[in-house]
Ligand binder design. Structure first.
Ligand code: ADP
Ligand code: MG
Length: 629
C-alpha cells in the first residue's frame, strides 16, 4: 500500500514541477521530491544488491535518472522513476494475484471442530486436540475441518476447493470427506482419519508453497543472466557516452542523453519477469482446477512429454475393487474364517485389493482376529503374524518364491479364475511343522474408469504418440483391460523395480510421464521424466514422489494438466521473444534514427520499456484466467 502512495506522490510532484516550469524557484525541490518518492524503493533494492556485490535493474534505473538530472533533463528522469515504480507496483499486483489464489486455500482451514464425546452434545475443540478415530459433527454450511469418513448422515458436499470438481458430491455413510470441502445441506457425523497437520488440504498447501520456491530452469538462467547483463549495460552506456559525440558529431550532453536512453531501453525488466509471471499464474491456475504442479520444473517438463505410462489398478481402473469369489483349500477352516484372517491382515494395507477384502469381511459381519506383526511388500503382498503363525496374502508368484507349495490342480484353478478376468491373490500360512500351505485363492475384479477411454483419446489427439500400461496384475486381466482401452503397449506381472526399468527403457525414445497411485508406483514416478500421482485417493509416498498431483484422482484432468504445461511454455517463449524484441528494436532505433535527424526522446524509451514489462506480466496472467487457448 505504501508503495502505491509513493508512486502517487512521485506523479504529483512531477506534475507540480512541470506546471511550475523550469524557472520557478521551487522547481528543483519539486523534482527532488518526485525523484525521492519514485526512486526510494528502487534505491533500497539497488543498495541491497550492491551490498551483495550484484548489479540489478533498479541500479540501472537510478543511474539513468541521476544522469538525466545531471544533464539538465530532470523531468525525464522523474518520469522514468515514476513509471518504473508504477510498473513495479503493477507487477507485484499481478504476481500477488497468483499468491492470493493460493492463500485462499489456507483460509479453508477452520480453527475448530465439533467433537462428539460419548454421546453427549458436541463440544467445540481446537483442531490440534482432535485425533485419528475421534468423531466430529459437521453441520450444513460448515467447512469440513478434517479428513475422514462419514459414519452417519447424508449430505451433498462441495469439494471444489480440494479437488477442483465443481459438482457437489453426495456423501452417505462410508464415504470419504476431505478437509476444506464445504458441507451443503445435511448434517454429517465424521470419523477422523488424519490429524489436522496431515490432512489433504494441509499437504496441498505445503506442496504449493514449496512449488512456488522451486524455480523453473529458465527462471534461474535468467536471474544469473541479469547480473552479467546489467553490468554489461553499464559498460556499454559508458562506452556510448564516450563515442556518441564523436561518432555523430553532437555535444557531450546530447550524446549523454542518447546513451541514457539506450541504457533504459536495454534494461532487462521484461525479460526477468517474463518467466515467473507465467509460471506462478500456471501454478495458481492448476491449484484452482485440482491440479498440483510442484513448481516450475514440472511445468517445463510437462510441455516436452510425448509418451505416457499408466499404472492399471487405481489409475486406469476405478480402484473400487470387489471381491468376487473365494476358493478354499483348508479341510477344517471355513471360508469365513479364512476371509476374516485375510481381512485382518489387509486392514493394515492401503492397496485397493486390500480394501476390497476388508470391505467384504465387514459386509459379512466377520470379526477380525488381532495381529501380532505386519509387513507390506509393495507390488507383491503383505505378511503378518497372527495366532502364533506367519501368514501371507499376495500374488501367486511371490508365494511360490517364499516356498509355498502350489500343486498343479490349484494352479489350474488359479488360471481359470484369471481367464475369467479376475485378479486373483493367494492366502497362505506356515504350519507347525515348519512348512507352508496355501489356504485359498481370492478372486477380485475392478472396472475401468468410465472416462479412461475418452482421456486416452484426448491425449493421443494432443500429440502423445505412445501410451503404455504397466501393471503388477496378471497377464490375462492386463490384456483384457488393454484391449478394452485400445492400448497396444502393455506389460503385466511387473514388480515395482520392473516398472522402473521399463520407464527407463521407454524414456530413451521420448520424454515419458508415469501416472500412478500406489506405493508400488512411487519408484517409477520418481524415475520418469515426469511423475503424476492420482491425488487424494493415492498413497502418501506416491504423492511425495510425483511432480504433478491430480487432486481429485480424476484421470480426465490429465489432458488439462499437460495442456497447461504446453500453454505455459508457449507463453514463456512469447514473453521472452517479445522482451528481447523490444530491447533490440528500441536500442537500434535509439542509435540509428538520429542519422536521419530524429532523436528518440527518453520518455518514449521509458514508456516502451515499462509498457513491455507490464504487457509481459499481463500475458502471463492469461494462464491464471484460462485465456490461453
Ligand atoms: P498395479 O501395478 O496393478 O497397481 P501392484 O503392483 O500394486 O498392482 O500389485 C501387483 C500385485 O501384487 C497385485 O495384483 C497383487 O497380486 C499383489 N499385491 C500387491 N499388494 C497386495 C496386497 N496388499 N494384498 C494382496 N496382494 C497384493
Ligand atoms: Mg496401482
Amino acid at each position: 500500500m505504501i508503495r502505491v502512495v509513493f508512486v502517487a506522490a512521485s506523479l504529483l510532484f512531477l506534475i507540480l514541477a512541470w506546471i511550475a516550469g523550469p524557472d520557478h524557484r521551487f522547481s528543483d525541490v519539486l523534482y527532488l521530491l518526485s525523484y525521492g518518492f519514485g526512486g526510494w524503493f528502487g534505491l533500497l533494492s539497488a543498495l541491497r544488491s550492491l551490498a551483495a556485490k550484484d548489479i540489478d535493474i533498479d541500479l540501472l534505473m537510478i543511474l539513468a535518472a541521476l544522469g538525466a538530472a545531471w544533464i539538465g533533463a530532470p523531468a525525464e528522469g522523474a518520469l522514468l522513476l515514476f513509471l518504473f515504480s508504477l510498473s513495479n507496483v503493477l507487477q507485484e499486483y499481478a504476481i500477488g494475484r497468483t499468491h492470493r489464489a493460493i492463500e485462499s486455500l489456507a483460509k479453508l482451514k477452520p480453527a475448530s471442530a465439533r467433537k462428539l464425546a460419548n454421546g453427549s452434545e458436541p463440544i467445540h475443540c481446537p483442531l490440534e486436540e482432535i485425533h485419528v478415530g475421534d468423531q466430529i459433527r459437521v453441520l450444513p454450511g460448515d467447512l469440513i475441518p478434517l479428513d475422514g469418513h462419514v459414519v452417519s448422515g447424508d449430505s451433498s458436499v462441495d469439494e471444489s476447493s480440494v479437488t477442483g470438481e465443481s459438482i457437489p458430491v453426495n456423501k452417505t455413510s462410508g464415504a470419504k470427506v476431505f478437509a476444506g470441502s464445504l458441507n451443503k445441506n445435511g448434517s454429517l457425523t465424521v470419523q477422523v482419519e488424519r490429524e489436522s497437520a496431515d490432512s489433504t488440504l494441509a499437504r496441498m498447501i505445503s506442496l504449493v508453497e514449496h512449488a512456488r520456491e522451486q524455480k523453473a530452469q529458465t527462471q534461474r538462467m535468467l536471474e544469473d543472466f541479469e547480473k552479467h547483463y546489467a553490468a554489461g549495460v553499464i559498460v556499454f552506456t559508458l562506452l556510448l557516452i564516450a563515442v556518441i559525440p564523436r561518432l555523430y558529431g553532437v555535444s557531450f550532453n546530447e550524446g549523454f542523453y542518447r546513451a541514457i536512453t539506450v541504457m533504459v531501453v536495454a534494461s532487462p525488466c521484461a525479460l526477468i519477469i517474463s518467466t515467473p509471471a507465467s509460471i506462478l499464474s500456471a501454478i495458481a491456475r492448476g491449484a484452482r482446477c485440482g491440479i498440483l504442479f510442484k513448481g516450475g520444473i514440472p511445468l517445463e517438463r510437462g510441455a516436452r512429454i510425448r509418451a505416457i505410462a499408466f499404472d492399471k489398478t487405481g489409475t486406469l481402473t476405478q480402484g473400487r475393487v470387489k471381491l468376487q469369489q473365494i476358493i478354499t483349500y483348508h479341510p477344517d477352516r471355513s471360508e469365513a474364517e479364512i476371509l476374516g484372517l485375510a481381512a485382518s491382515i489387509e486392514s493394515h494395507s492401503e492397496h485397493p485389493l486390500a480394501k476390497a477384502i476388508v470391505q467384504e469381511a465387514r459386509a459379512r459381519g466377520l470379526t477380525l482376529p488381532a495381529l501380532e506383526s505386519f509387513e507390506s511388500t509393495p507390488g507383491r503382498g503383505v505378511t503378518a503374524k497372527l495366532e502364533g503363525r506367519k501368514h501371507w496374502v499376495g500374488r501367486s508368484s511371490w508365494l511360490k518364491d517364499i516356498g509355498v507349495f502350489i500343486d498343479p490342480d490349484k494352479s489350474d484353478e488359479l488360471r481359470s479364475l484369471q481367464d475369467d478376468g479376475f485378479t486373483a491373490i493367494g492366502v497362505a500360512e506356515s504350519t507347525p511343522d515348519g512348512s507352508t500351505r496355501l489356504l485359498a485363492w481370492i478372486a477380485l475384479s475392478d472396472s475401468v474408469r468410465p472416462d479412461a477411454a475418452e482421456t486416452l483419446r484426448q491425449l493421443r489427439q494432443s500429440g502423445i504418440h505412445e501410451i503404455a500400461m504397466l501393471t503388477g496384475d496378471n497377464e490375462r486381466v492386463a490384456r483384457r483391460i488393454a484391449s478394452e482401452l485400445g492400448i497396444d503397449t502393455w506389460h503385466a506381472a511387473l514388480l515395482p523395480e520392473d516398472k522402473v526399468q521399463l520407464i527407463r527403457d521407454l524414456s530413451k525414445r521420448s520424454d515419458i510421464a508415469m501416472v500412478g497411485d500406489g506405493t508400488n508406483d512411487a519408484p517409477a514416478l520418481a524415475s520418469a521424466n515426469l511423475g503424476i500421482a492420482m491425488g487424494a485417493a493415492g498413497s502418501d509416498v506416491a504423492l511425495e514422489s510425483a511432480d504433478i498431483v491430480l487432486m481429485a484422482s480424476d484421470l480426465n484432468k490429465l489432458p488439462l494438466a499437460l495442456n497447461i504445461c504446453r500453454a505455459t511454455r508457449r507463453i514463456v517463449l512469447q514473453n521472452l521473444s517479445f522482451a528481447l524484441g523490444i530491447i533490440a528494436i528500441m536500442v537500434v532505433l535509439t542509435l540509428t534514427l538520429p542519422i536521419w535527424g530524429i532523436e528518440v526522446p527518453l520518455p518514449i524509451g521509458v514508456v516502451a520499456h515499462e509498457g513491455g514489462t507490464v504487457l509481459v506480466c499481463l500475458n502471463g496472467l492469461r494462464l491464471l484466467v484460462g485465456w490461453h487457448k
